[in-house]
Ligand binder design. Structure first.
Ligand code: ZN
Length: 803
């Protein structure tokens, strides 16, 4: 029964060239996704984004891999280039793997022979870098005269800590399976299998006993297992998981190795690693039936939705270890919420759904998708966020590249796979999980159907779903009723809908109300379907004000605006005086929607009445004035240059940051011995930090310099007589690279020369408060602050005041 369409035959399953998986494994997820290859997205929201990914992001990131030397790493390992230099990180190989993965998905959506050929040349380079026994890790194989310090002096010795050998392997496998499914070619798959066979031979009890410091090889191995049917791959994935937490190994929350995985009940440590691990545990649980894994990840999932997730779906609140923070510690301006963590969280929640069939997991997935994940890439497709903060003074902008480019390559691979999250099936139960204008063909045991969605989601809640079975047939359609439509913004106890209006959802079948049964968050309609049956869904697309739990200090006396799954923010360009931190909006304020086709590639804006607050000179009085306030979708912010942004809007004026009265400093032109104009604003933004390490407040810093003399300068807008100055130092010890300076001095400009001021009194240099200097009055047009950095550290400045 092997036809030419079947390109792989394993003892356990068949995969077809069109990417469909015909699993015949004894155990797997009870629910199976409908492969992205069967879903053609043709809406006005996702289709343009997927097109930008194919047309801009994939060629751009491939070119960046070439320019930055990532492809050369493979040539060096193959002996085709001298190994006298290399890129920054031993995991740089994975960027190429991930981009090949994304390019493979995109080939499924649209044929592109030139791209397919280019991938083949890249795969030939990868093959040439592989050692005869299957080992593939360019940083070791190139035998540089000065090897990278993370890789250790022989294979695997540093794996639990820094080498990332197994991390590279995991991304290789994910890429190889995607490329094979998309093209039917085995060239990359064979490289992956050869490498995986080496791992099977190398690792295990009584052999090399090591687990991966950065997880992903677990899901890579389960994917390879599904393709090849080789049980050893699944066994090895489970071995890697079970070894964590054993004595005699790296033992830390950072890499989820603080205890055995089945004894873990809270989300801790590096958020990307964690979410990849929970995804791997779900895979192994599905494939082996392991109940202990299930119970652990169920607990961890509850911990996340009850205590550790942002309203945007972002996870990993702190940059300290790129990690989950303490429960309810969800700061907005310093939110880390790495793009990779959002993508990993989609993978994990999708797996949880496939295990349990409950719509709450898709509620989380949809929230991530439309917000904290999509914000990771610019509308242009070639600028990227690593952290995705929920507030900004203008210090955050997307970058063209990062030396650690994980988020960029991850976005590149994720977007074209997005159609794979729309539908899922379990025998004759068909799940409609996402509302996306699309056409699909799906094979149920009872027969083939095509299904069309016509909708302007997420701007409209109306969705016509047209069912076209080849013949009359009975099956159960499960239509997800999103949590946001029934006043539950996200599962768990963190967020609630302030309006709390009661909602019932009507569904029409061929224009008549149809009865349905609610099962696990789905409206289930089980009937005999005929050609052309039309279901009309009308979800209440109303603006909601969402409040966070009182436990979340950062969101106190504030609300977030939400329309359907989309979270909103205020951004400078849409609001008076280009400021938003000074805005207050009443809890009862009516909010109007207004679609703007020419704004940010077409977005629904929200418009309401509010107030702005401002200070006057020499008075504590705060002046309020009425103004119109406009909000845009969070994902679309930072596409119009730097400026203020805020998701959580204060309804209590005490929470707003009134526009300060103009000061000598705020009217000055800033320059410095570090050429980063983006940081200049920090000095005179009149924003007092909570303490010296406050990452929420913006600051100027000289990291990674140390032991040098540096300066910042104010050129006044006029001549002033000044006699006092205050500096608030940035110091992120003991973990960061900045400390208070060894010394500092002020100079004033006279006849084009810099002369020192004559100090009358000067505070001892200290952190967590302003350091004041009083000096004999000088009349001048400019001041310069000279700073001596510590011997082993840099320094930074939060704020510099002049009187
Ligand atoms: Zn990343």
């Amino acid at each position: 029964m092997i036809s030419s369409r079947m390109v792989a035959v394993g003892i356990a399953g068949l995969i077809y060239a069109d990417g469909s998986l015909h699993a015949q494994l004894k155990n797997d997820y009870p629910i199976q996704p409908v492969a992205f290859t069967h879903v053609q997205v043709m809406d006005n929201f996702w289709a343009p984004k997927i097109n930008v990914n194919a047309g801009v992001t994939i060629p751009y990131t491939l070119e960046q891999c070439r320019k930055t030397g990532r492809i050369d790493n493979f040539l060096r390992a193959a002996g085709k280039l001298p190994a006298d230099t290399m890129t920054a990180f031993p995991f740089d190989d994975t960027d190429l793997y991930k981009i090949i993965e994304g390019a493979s998905y995109s080939l499924q959506a649209k044929r592109n022979p030139a791209l397919e050929n280019y991938l083949d040349t890249l795969i030939a380079d990868i093959a040439a870098a592989q050692e005869p026994d299957g080992y593939l890790y360019t940083f070791r194989t190139m035998k540089a005269s000065k090897p990278h310090e993370w890789i250790g002096d022989r294979r695997w010795v540093n794996e639990e800590d820094l080498s990332h050998e197994l991390y590279n392997a995991g991304h290789l496998y994910e890429s190889a399976v995607a490329h094979f499914q998309a093209t039917g070619k085995r060239n990359l798959l064979n490289i992956a299998i050869k490498n995986a066979d080496l791992l099977v031979k190398t690792f295990g009890r009584g052999k090399e006993e090591k687990f991966p410091g950065h997880e992903i090889v677990e899901t890579g191995l389960t994917k390879l297992y599904r393709v090849t049917g080789k049980h050893e791959y699944l066994d090895l994935a489970k071995y890697f998981l079970d070894l964590r937490g054993e004595p005699g190994h790296m033992n830390q929350e950072y890499s989820q190795s603080q205890r055995k995985v089945i004894d873990q009940h809270e989300a801790v440590g590096h958020a990307v690693r964690a979410a990849y691990m929970y995804t791997g545990m779900a895979d192994v649980a599905a494939l082996t039936g392991d109940k202990q894994y299930l119970s652990a990840i169920d607990d961890i999932w509850n911990d996340v939705v009850d205590k550790k997730i942002y309203i945007t779906g972002g996870i990993g609140a702190t940059n300290n270890g790129e990690a989950f923070g303490s429960p309810f510690d969800l700061p907005n301006m310093s939110a880390y919420a790495e793009t990779c963590a959002a993508i990993a969280n989609v993978y994990w929640n999708n797996r949880m759904f496939l295990l349990h069939g409950d719509s709450k997991y898709i509620d989380v997935l949809e929230r991530i998708l439309y917000n904290g994940l999509l914000s990771g890439v610019s509308l242009s497709g070639d600028r990227f966020f690593y952290p995705n903060p929920l507030a900004s003074l203008g210090q955050h902008q997307r970058s063209a590249w990062f030396s650690c480019a994980c988020c960029i390559s991850n976005m590149t691979r994720f977007l074209p796979s997005m159609p794979g999250y729309v539908y899922a099936q379990n025998k004759n139960d068909l799940y409609v999980n996402l509302f996306v204008g699309s056409t699909s063909s799906i094979t149920l045991p009872t027969g083939k159907i095509s299904i069309i969605q016509r909708t302007d989601y997420p701007w409209s809640g109306k969705d016509d779903i047209i069912i076209d079975p080849v013949k009359k047939m009975q099956f159960a359609l499960h239509i997800r009723i999103p949590g946001w439509a029934v006043n539950d913004p996200l599962p768990g106890g963190l967020y609630k809908d302030a309006s709390n209006s009661s909602t019932s959802i009507r569904i029409l079948l061929n224009d008549k109300i149809v009865k349905y049964q609610m099962i696990k968050g789905y409206a289930v309609i089980n009937r005999v379907w005929s050609k052309g049956d039309k279901l009309s869904l009308d979800l209440p697309m109303e603006v909601k004000k969402v409040m966070a739990s009182d436990n979340v200090q950062a969101d106190k006396n504030r609300f977030a605006l939400q329309l359907g799954p989309v979270v909103y923010c205020l951004e400078s360009p849409d609001n008076k005086d280009s400021t938003v931190m000074n805005i207050v909006v009443g809890k009862e304020a009516a909010v109007q929607t207004s679609y703007k086709p020419d704004l940010l590639n077409g977005v629904m804006t929200l418009v309401m009445n509010g107030e702005s607050t401002k200070r006057t000179a020499n008075s504590d009085e705060i002046i309020k004035s009425a103004q119109t306030v406009t909000a845009i979708p969070y994902y679309s912010w930072a596409n119009r240059g730097p400026g203020e942004m805020e998701v959580w809007i204060p309804f209590d004026a005490a929470m707003a940051k009134p526009t300060p009265a103009p000061s000598i400093a705020s009217k000055s032109k800033v320059s410095a011995s570090v050429n980063s104009p983006r940081m200049f604003r920090a000095l005179n933004d009149q924003y007092d930090p909570q303490d010296s390490k406050d990452g929420s407040a913006s600051y100027l810093h000289w990291w990674p310099k140390k032991n040098t003399t540096e300066w910042v300068q104010y050129d006044f807008d006029s001549v002033y007589t000044v006699s006092e100055s205050k500096v608030y130092w940035f110091d992120d010890g003991p973990w960061g690279g900045c400390r208070i300076p060894l010394s500092w001095k002020l100079y004033f400009k006279k006849d084009g020369e810099w002369l020192p001021v004559k100090n009358i009194s000067m505070d001892v240099i200290a952190k967590d408060r302003y350091n004041t200097v009083r000096f004999e009055p000088v009349t001048t047009t400019a001041l310069r602050l000279e700073v001596q950095l510590p011997v082993e550290y840099a320094t930074g400045v939060h704020e510099w005041i002049v009187k």
